[in-house]
Every structure is written in structure tokens, then in C-alpha cells.
Design a binder for this molecule. Structure first.
Ligand code: GLA
Length: 638
């Protein structure tokens, strides 16, 4: 389905949509220690969800046969046994909202098993029962607004809800409690994806509202500008959905998928509201689009944790640039999504998928990288526009390593022990996760990587930091509860493809994903190498002042770091103070530090402490958004 997303009508003069930072919704002093881990852990997303969804394969042209057919293939091919479990119906299942009671009605022409008799008809329960009997889980789709994305963008109305204006309002808005009770308690779904078009595409001025076919709502959300988005209003809706989900699922077996496509500054707060959260607009089967989606996630390793993951969108392996004639690209897609701890949601018609692609989905070694229980999203160990090296620390202490060639030229890559934060005097073993070939090297090795190829390995060596870990190696345990970004700004580092929804119409794909200046592992917030008073730090956390990070401590006895104002700060006069708390109690504090003051060492005993909090306070309001460095921040086990 081709959809044009850019709407100048929404862009101008929407006076009531105010920009409010997440901080304004927080308690009075957001930097005060809380002694707890606040990122989302409700529902079932200890590891990123895996499964299959209708959207990329079928758009709204869905039916029971297609879905059960792919579900059966998931079981028969052994993919279910490898973890692919969620079978998700995306947009297109709803016929209408029955009036006056507002009950949602399924398209029984497409889902005949829902065509039961009695008061509860039609009913999705026989369908979810069938999936459950296959050992699978069932997912459904809705929208934050009154209407869905296909109602806004579909070129035909064949698969769209039918009836009058109110009957075609199939989204959650104003119906959260009723619909969540129906979908989860009555119908037995386990997963819900909540889209955002209903908040974006039905403004008073939109052609579809003016046509009289839809009631106006907002716009509350604008993909093109965070400044035209009412962030607290979007958050409030997700909060209500969460209350309903917890109430209707006493066993806790549910998963909330946030789908506001990186808009509304969600890349900063999605981790507090759902099990997975989309960081970008839709993927399409085009290389440039993969780069966009990947870029919106790759710098956000500190914003993903067990319980809430960044979602660069479903896999598009099986189509276009990722079909069986493009195995290099298809393998890159899979390897990168695994490194990013992305949900692994297959989006192709598995009834027709060739073996070469099934083998990609079924690569158990790469699945294990995605599903590693430590939940550390990879961080960038080397970064350029053409070539990147990504590393993630696994629960075993091994590292997963990916070398990603984004461009069209061949590269010889020097891989050094330091990229892996391994000691360079000890041997390093590499296992290639596509070929299972083992090699080893000391200090440095040279690897060849072809255009669009991603080499992926499991690496074993000796930790550079004896007896502990740098926090930047364990982003899954670090939550930037307050990241200091008070003016959400579009991130200019995200790839902007010409193959966007509007083609080359309009002014081009301008930077639109807020999150610039967010907390980074092994990088200053605006992308520089961490430096304090001229001294570089290869390891550390870069964040803005007036920030608070929560760190889960699993048995470490000491926290240490070299702290200071980062050299990338432009405010050379303001001063900041670094504070370390353990379970809410102050453990260590720095003196007031200014730009150019050498890094100060902080050290604190954290024995028995569960949550460590790392706070940086600015002395005055005018040193907001000042980059600061927790250099070599580490938890030591002895
Ligand atoms: C939006 C979402 C997609 C899909 C469609 C359905 O574009 O981002 O993933 O759910 O809506 O219409």
C-alpha cells in the first residue's frame, strides 16, 4: 500500500499543541533519588518478542487462512521451537463498532471461526484458542485515536471498517476499558499493537474530516515536528491502556507494543510505557529504509532493557532488497536486528518462503544474540557513515560482534581487541555465526566486508577491566530515568532516504526523530568521543547535566568513575556536581566541576545495594543541556 505521510495542512498554525518535555510530568525534583528501577517491566518482554505479523506480507488483505497457514509453518519448520511465538493480526480485522453498545465486530467473511452464535458474536476466541493449542500466542491491533492508519491511508476501502461515522471508529480513543477487556479477557489475546494515526491524521483541516466521513481529533501528534505534538496527552493514553491491561490480565501475560514511529519524542520515554516501542516510521523492503530504521535505534542502547525494547519495526526479509535474490542484505537485516535486541517479527508469507530465507530466520546462534538474557543492546565501538562496528556483552561474558558495511564499496576492517574491550595480550576467539567457522587472533586482525554485508561473530577473550564491567558494556542495566534533554530536538544523524512515502515530492525527508543529545554509551551525547579536559575516555557514559540514571547492581561491591564536564560542552562557565546514591542514600559526591577541570575520581562502596543512581546537577538553569561524562564508569566485583 503506498501512503503519503506528509501533510502540510497539519504542519502550520496548530496553536494548541504545546511541546511539553517528559520532565514536566515527573515529580517535583526529578533528580531526587528514588532507590528504584523505573523503566517498564510490566507484561511479558523479558527478552524481545519473536513471532510473525500480517502487515508486511498482506497489509489489510488478511484472512484466517493466511494467518493460520503461516502459524502452521512456524510450527512445522521448527521456528516456533526456536522462539517465534507471537502471531499478530495487524490492521484490517475490524468490520465496525456496533452501536449503541460500542462492541467491536470482527470481519467474519475473513475470519469465519469468529462467526459464532449468541450474544457474544462474533468472537475471536475460537481463533486465539486455535493458536494457543498450537503453542503460540495471539496479537491484535488498535489505535490510540478513534480511527486507524489504514482508514487514513488505504487507497481502496475494500478492507476498511464499514458503516456510519461512529461505527467506523474502531480505535481505542474513549473506549480503552471496553476494548481491552474484550480483546484480552474475552477474546484471549496476549499482545496488542497500538498505532497512532488516529491522533495524527484526523485534524479538523484534513480532507478526510472535511469530507464528513470522520470526526475530528487533534491532531495531538505530528510525525514531522515534536514541537507540534502534545507529548503528555500521548503518554496519558498509554498510561490508561496500561491500567486496563493490568486489570484484564491478572496473570501478567500481555505485551503492549507502542507504535508512534519515533514521533512525540517516544525514543526517550517509550521504555517507561511499553514492552516494545517503535523508534521510526515503517520499514519498507528497501536498503535506504533499513538504514533509517536502524539509525533510529542504534544510538539508543541505554533506552532498552529487559522489559522494554527499542523496536526498529518488523523484519522485511522476503521482499524487495531482502528477498532470496538478496541474501547479503537479508542476512544483514537479521544480524543487525539481533544486535539491536529488536523484536524478531517475521513479515513474510511463510507458506511461500524459500529455504534460504527460512535458514536466516532459523539461525539459532543469531537468535541467541537477540534473546540473550542480559538484555544489552549493542553499542557502537566504531562509527562512520560507511562502516560500523557494534558490540554487545552477553550474559556469559562473551561478546557479540557485528561489522556492518552500509555502503557500496568493499572494506578491509582492522578489528582490535580494544573494540571488544578485551585485553590485547590474551588470545581472542571468534566464531562466525553464519558459517560457524572459528578463528583466533591477538591484538588485531583484518577482516573483509563486502558491500551491504554484516559480519557477525561471538567473541571470547579476557576482559580489559579485570574484576568488573564498564557500565557502557551493560546498557541493559542502566536507565536514563531523566536524560537531561529539556528541549527535544530532531536527531541529524539518522539516515534520510529518498525512497520515503512522498517520493521526491515536497522538500525531502527532513530530520524528524527527536532524541538528539540523549544519553549514550561510549559517546558524548552529541556524538563526540568522551573527553574531559583534553583526556579521552574510550569507555563511559555521556549524558547531559540535570540528569539521573538508575543502575541495577547485581552483586558488585564498588562503583568507580572519572567524572567531569565534557569538552563538547559549549558553556565554559557553568558548573555541575556529580552525585552517587545507593538505594536512595548519598554515597559519593564530586566538587563543583567546570569545563576544563580535569576529571575527578569518584568511588563508592555499593555492597548490598540494589539500585545505584548517578545524578548530575547543574548549579543554575542556564547550564541545561550541558554534556557531562561519567568516564570509565564501572561496577567492580572485587
Ligand atoms: C502504521 C504502522 C504499521 C502498520 C500500519 C497499519 O503505518 O506503523 O506498522 O501497523 O499502520 O495500517
Amino acid at each position: 500500500m503506498s501512503r503519503r505521510r506528509i501533510k502540510a495542512t497539519l504542519a502550520v498554525g496548530f496553536a494548541t499543541a504545546l511541546l511539553s518535555s517528559p520532565i514536566s510530568a515527573a515529580p517535583q525534583d526529578p533528580l531526587a533519588p528514588t532507590g528504584r528501577w523505573s523503566a517498564y517491566t510490566a507484561g511479558r518482554a523479558e527478552t524481545p518478542p519473536m513471532g510473525w505479523s500480517t502487515w508486511n506480507a498482506f497489509a489489510t488483505d488478511i484472512d484466517e487462512e493466511k494467518i493460520i497457514g503461516s502459524a502452521q509453518r512456524i510450527v512445522d519448520t521448527g521456528l516456533a521451537a526456536k522462539g517465534y511465538r507471537y502471531i499478530n493480526i495487524d490492521d484490517g480485522w475490524a468490520l465496525k463498532r456496533r452501536m449503541p453498545d460500542g462492541r467491536m465486530i470482527v470481519r467474519t467473511d475473513k475470519f469465519p471461526s469468529a462467526d459464532v452464535k449468541g450474544d457474544d458474536a462474533p468472537n475471536f476466541r475460537p481463533f486465539t484458542d486455535r493458536l494457543h493449542a498450537m503453542g503460540l500466542k495471539a496479537g491484535i491491533y488498535s489505535d490510540l485515536g478513534r480511527n486507524t492508519c489504514s482508514e487514513a491511508w488505504s487507497l481502496t476501502d475494500t478492507d476498511l471498517p464499514k458503516g456510519n461515522v461512529l461505527e467506523r471508529e474502531v480505535g481505542l480513543h474513549g473506549r480503552i476499558d471496553q476494548d481491552i477487556a474484550l480483546y484480552f479477557a474475552k477474546w484471549g489475546f496476549d499482545f496488542i499493537k497500538v498505532d497512532g494515526c488516529g491522533l495524527r491524521d484526523y485534524g479538523t483541516d484534513s480532507a478526510r474530516v472535511r469530507s464528513g466521513k470522520f470526526r475530528a481529533l487533534g491532531p495531538i501528534l505530528d510525525s514531522g515536528a515534536v514541537t507540534r505534538t502534545d507529548i503528555p496527552a500521548v503518554q496519558a493514553l498509554f498510561r490508561q491502556i496500561n491500567v486496563a491491561l493490568a486489570r484484564e490480565n491478572p496473570d501478567g501475560d500481555y505485551l503492549l507494543s507502542l507504535c508512534v514511529w519515533g514521533a512525540a519524542n517516544v525514543r526517550a520515554w517509550g521504555k517507561d510505557y511499553g514492552g516494545i516501542s517503535r523508534t521510526s516510521d515503517d520499514i519498507s523492503p528497501a536498503w535506504g529504509r533499513l538504514l533509517v530504521n536502524y539509525d533510529t535505534t542504534v544510538t539508543r542502547s541505554l533506552y532498552a532493557h529487559p522489559g522494554s525494547w527499542n523496536d526498529p519495526d518488523m523484519l522485511h526479509i522476503g521482499a524487495g532488497d531482502f528477498d532470496a535474490d538478496h541474501l547479503t542484505e537479508a542476512r544483514s537485516h537479521f544480524a543487525l536486528w539481533a544486535m539491536l535486541n529488536a523484536p524478531l517479527m517475521i513479515g513474510t508469507d511463510l507458506r511461500k518462503t524459500p529455504k534460504a530465507l527460512l535458514d536466516i530466520f532459523g539461525n539459532a546462534d543469531i537468535i541467541a544474540i537477540d534473546q540473550d538474557p542480559a538484555g544489552n543492546q549493542a553499542t557502537l565501538a566504531y562509527d562512520s557513515s560507511d562502516l560500523q562496528i557494534l558490540v554487545k556483552t552477553l550474559a556469559s561474558g562473551d561478546k557479540a560482534l557485528a561489522i556492518f558495511n552500509r555502503g557500496s564499496g568493499d572494506y578491509d576492517v582492522d578489528l582490535n581487541a580494544s573494540h571488544l574491550k578485551f585485553d590485547d595480550s590474551a588470545p581472542i576467539e571468534l566464531v562466525d555465526l553464519w558459517t560457524r567457522q572459528k578463528t583466533s587472533f591477538a591484538k588485531t586482525t583484518r577482516l573483509h566486508v563486502k558491500p551491504r554485508e554484516t559480519l557477525i561473530f561471538r567473541a571470547r577473550g579476557t576482559r580489559l577491566l579485570q574484576g568488573g564491567y564498564y557500565l557502557s558494556e551493560q546498557p541493559g542495566t542502566v536507565n536514563p530515568a531523566v536524560d537531561g534533554v529539556v528541549k527535544p530536538t530532531a536527531d541529524p544523524t539518522i539516515f534520510r532516504t529518498a525512497a520515503g512515502w512522498a517520493g521526491t515530492n515536497g522538500a525531502g525527508d527532513r530530520p524528524s526523530y527527536a532524541g538528539w543529545g540523549g544519553a549514550r554509551a561510549d559517546s558524548a551525547p552529541y556524538g563526540q568521543i568522551l573527553h574531559v579536559a583534553g583526556k579521552p575516555f574510550a569507555a563511559g557514559i555521556g549524558i547531559l547535566a540535570n540528569s539521573r540514571m538508575e543502575v541495577r547492581n547485581r552483586g558488585a561491591t564498588r562503583f568507580t568513575s572519572m567524572v567531569g564536564v565534557d569538552d563538547s560542552a559549549t558553556d565554559k562557565r557553568g558548573s555541575v556536581t556529580f552525585l552517587v546514591y545507593g538505594d536512595g542514600k548519598l554515597l559519593a559526591t564530586s566538587s563543583p566541576l567546570k569545563w576544563g577541570t580535569p576529571a575527578q575520581r569518584l568511588s563508592a562502596s555499593v555492597t548490598g545495594t540494589k539500585v545505584i543512581e548517578l545524578v548530575v546537577r547543574g548549579a543554575s538553569a542556564d547550564n541545561q543541556q550541558m554534556p557531562v561524562t561519567w568516564g570509565e564508569a564501572a561496577l567492580l566485583e572485587r
